[in-house]
Design a binder for this molecule. Structure first.
Ligand code: NAD
Length: 424
């Protein structure tokens, strides 16, 4: 008999299993609301779709796609779309659940959702990529919408892909529904500040955490894993504040320079050749060496499950800023806590993206657009208010920032669940 009893039972070492154990840790702090906790342990709705397209060579290819709406007690589903050959339904379930926690942690009027397609977009032509995007959008069109579930970019998806999604949905409903996705190009109802928002949120929360630790950002050594939208922007902001980016890893390899990498050169090169393309600016080292590079701050900003127990033992960082979703496995979390390493968890640290997505959605509905200063001031204020409340909760119960974030978020979600009551 299969070990997997139902689609909500986790497979070993899976992100969904990580999420479930994070929820278990918060139960003692939920009081009478704990009665509703099971609601967080299963997605409200999960859709699996077949995405067939005609390839440029005339063959027919089929890709598997998903959209999971984890929880909508507080508002419409919200969460990105990931294009990656290893995406699974279980991974998307975990990512959707983390969106539920994240939107509640920063108190946005959303639930949590996520989507993905099992595809390597780097192997598709631009025409094939557009076809995959449009067919997938059409297939999940039965559950998304500006008032029900609003996708956004995630790993390997971008503003162009959001524009195709918006157009496909709009064609199917007969109108122009800009509010159906966020992360769109500026002239299609996108928002200023969206591209940099997640990295900016990592910086704002990281700067505050460093201040509370008494760590001076000037001269602080930072190691960044994942140098895409989140990692590269966060690195640039920390470098502007005087920190040294001493190690960067992406899918092409790892580059280190103890004097600090020159980001003005590394960023453009990494976009075409990956970080190993900048051989002139540092030493290319084996990937595992990334984790023991001497540093003060570690920013995992690639994929889930990267910070394992073994790597948590190795790191010299005093502060971990989770740019990625779910980068730290639960055993590593315990080791870091024992070693006195402060972790600013994903569900608050990388919430800047969904916060500016929320601004984009609000601007689309009002058809009135804000300038970048207004976006950034509002973003910083929301992130700081959320972080301060979470910190107070952590201090009060003597718990980690992760458990405190779950306590604040789960209380909001389950209170909404309780007040709405069960239908029918
Ligand atoms: P991206 O596609 O722009 O960049 C991903 C980066 O990770 C790339 O540099 C890639 O080379 C690197 N990478 C991929 N596989 C790797 C591996 N095995 N080892 C090392 N590096 C690897 O994606 P992104 O938007 O920057 O997202 C990164 C993480 O941040 C994801 O976990 C995503 O869910 C999370 N996140 C993104 C946003 C957002 O607004 N984009 C918001 C919140 C959270």
């Amino acid at each position: 008999m299969s070990e997997k009893l139902s689609f909500v039972s986790p497979t070993a070492n899976s992100p969904w299993g990580t999420y479930l154990s994070q929820v278990d840790r918060v139960v003692p702090y939920l009081g009478p609301l704990a009665r509703w906790v099971e609601t967080l342990k299963r997605p409200k709705r999960a859709l699996i779709v077949d995405v067939p397209i005609e390839m440029d060579d005339g063959s027919i290819a089929h890709f598997e796609g998903y959209r999971v709406q984890h929880n909508m007690s507080r508002g419409p589903g919200k969460g990105g779309i990931r294009f990656h050959p290893d995406v699974t339904l279980e991974e998307v379930m975990a990512l959707s659940a983390w969106m539920t926690i994240k939107t509640a942690a920063v108190n946005l009027p959303y639930g949590g959702a996520k989507g993905g397609i099992r595809v390597d977009p780097k192997k598709l032509s631009p025409q094939e990529l557009e076809k995959v995007t449009r067919r997938y959008t059409s297939e999940i069109g039965i559950i998304i919408g500006p008032h029900t579930d609003i996708p956004a970019p995630d790993v390997n998806t971008n503003a162009q892909i959001m524009a195709w999604m918006m157009d496909t949905y709009s064609m199917n409903v007969g109108g122009t529904a800009t509010g159906v996705v966020t992360g769109k190009p500026l002239h299609l109802g996108g928002s200023l500040g969206r591209v940099k928002a997640t990295g900016r949120g990592v910086f704002v929360t990281g700067r505050e955490a460093a201040r509370r630790l008494g760590m001076d950002l000037r001269g602080a050594r930072i190691a960044v894993q994942g140098f895409g939208n989140v990692g590269s922007v966060a690195a640039e902001l920390f470098a502007e504040a005087g920190a040294k980016i001493v190690a960067v890893q992406d899918h092409t390899g790892t580059i280190v320079n103890s004097n600090g990498l020159d980001l003005a050169k590394l960023v453009p090169i990494s976009r075409t050749d990956g970080v190993v393309g900048f051989k002139a600016g540092g030493d290319i080292v084996p990937n595992e060496d990334f984790w023991n590079t001497p540093c003060d701050i570690l920013i995992p900003a690639a994929l889930e499950g990267q910070l394992t127990a073994e790597r948590a033992q190795k790191t010299t960082a005093k502060l971990v800023l989770e740019g990625a979703n779910g980068p730290t496995v639960p055993q590593a979390d315990d080791i870091l806590a024992e070693r006195g390493v402060l972790v600013v968890p994903d569900v608050i640290c990388n919430a800047g993206g969904v916060t500016v997505s929320y601004f984009e959605w609000v601007q689309d509905f009002s058809s009135f657009f804000w300038d970048e200063d207004e976006i950034n001031v509002r973003l910083d204020r929301i992130m700081m208010n959320a972080l301060n409340q979470i910190w107070d909760t952590a201090d009060k119960h003597k718990i980690t920032l992760r458990t405190a974030t779950y306590a604040v978020a789960c209380e909001r979600i389950l209170m909404a669940r309780q007040e709405r009551g069960l239908y029918p």
